[in-house]
Design a protein around this ligand. Sequence first.
Ligand code: FAD
Ligand code: SF4
Length: 512
Amino acid sequence: MGISLRLVLGDQLNHHHSWFTEINPEVVYVLMEMKQETAYVLHHQQKIACFFEAMRRFASHIKSKGHRVHYLHINDEENQQKLSTNIAWLINHYQASKFEYQLPDEYRLDKELKALEQSLNVPVNAVDTEHFLSSRKDLEEQLASKKQVLMESFYRSMRKRYGILMDAPDKPKGGKWNYDAENRKPYKGKEALPAHNHPRNKLSQLKEDMVKAGLNYFGEMPEDTVFWPLDREQALQVLQDFIQHGLPYFGTYQDAMKTGNDFLFHSRLSFALNVKLLHPMEVIKAAEEAHQRSPAVYSLAGTEGFIRQILGWREFVRGIYWWKMPEYGESNFFGHTRELPTWYWTGETKMHCLKECIKGSLNNAYAHHIQRLMVTGNFALLAGIHPTAVDAWYLGIYIDAIEWVEMPNTRGMSQFADGGFLGTKPYVSTANYIDKMSDYCGQCQYDKKLKTGAKACPFNSLYWHFYERNRTLLEKNPRIGMMYQLLNKMDTNEKQKILSHAEGLLQNLDKL
Ligand code: FAD
Ligand code: SF4
């Protein structure tokens, strides 16, 4: 038979993959830390460290089960630092007669592996990752003929398909599919925030390896320690911790933001899910079972709100990615061209909301959804930043950022660069929304009520500037028409003052 090489990528750490059910001495699993994967954008150091450490632990785990493993560390001499050259080298090294891989989740790697397939002179076999709840093409096949691609209809079909929160095959539990109206309240400090019982992983050796390899990165990793779950045991521990302490309030406060607290009641499961240490269905089932067990603690509204994120949004954005790549990565509906203000890399801005969200991201490689969407994303869209620059920032800074999930969220949902394919309207707001959902404005040097003048909150004039400059693209959108009625009714002088104030801000973004 000869040796078969099986590639396990850094986000394919699935303990339950059928590959691992049998131990075969003629199969060599290969995992590789590569400069290629650290350098396609500038990454947060925690992101690089967590991926490498999770890979190392996964390799040790499968080795301990009796599987053969070849692990290429970042500083190994034979490491060619590039996927295709490493594989060619390994095939030669083992005189392998077969190469197998799990379908990658990123277009970039899919392309590289397909090209490699053509150049290798051994048979190649690609298999599923056995992780997702829908296939790459399910969404396209289901919704391509529909007038509008709505997450809601896809999500309902997934609820039915998997029988999640259902009273009968066609009847959602409690009679409603969506309990959003009962969720999304600001957090006023009434309920105690969960004291997360999370792992503390000291990664000094790994950090040394990163430095020795001369990798470029940014962001903080205090005491070389991260609290992200890096193996299956830790991932299960964080899941359990969230179900116990976070889920009871998740729905109610999922859109809330609070100074000094970067996590509130969020699960922090995205890294473990995205590297496949956790299966989405085990997370969904854990939430559903908690609700079944104690509906008084785990309300239907809150549980549904959480399940919707994983069974709905997570699968939906992946479907959009595989439907629309590679063109999606070029989309720029508004033709935005500006660079990111420099303070996106430091958090040094007078705008308290942005300072909080960016500093939190630099410290933890994390921000929760509304911080990403309604603070950093909102500002970038109002300021007309090029979506490619916005994409690169999100892809680099967040621990959970893998392009299949980062790009539709950033370019699509947050920057409306796809012209409304994923979302129905741009997510932009004045200070009003941020003030409603957080305590940020009360601690800001800018005044949330003012539209013009040195103290005016920049969001307030940039908001109207955004609508005015994009009139031809947006005015006919039925979900936005009302904004133009307001703009049209605005006193001409007042409007002019607001627009020229915004112009001034746009010329001086770095100084805000
Ligand atoms: P929770 O709030 O506890 O939610 C539970 C889980 O639901 C998450 O772990 C995640 O798996 C899933 N989920 C929630 N919202 C989404 C969503 N919109 N799309 C897909 N899955 C979702 N998520 C990523 O995993 N990687 C990214 O690179 C990423 N980039 C984003 C960029 C922008 C501009 C925005 C607006 C959102 C992005 N998201 C991304 C979605 C979401 O913000 C994160 O999944 C979430 O903040 C992760 O934290 P958590 O695990 O505490 O999530
Ligand atoms: Fe942000 Fe404006 Fe509020 Fe300041 S006033 S925190 S800049 S929204």
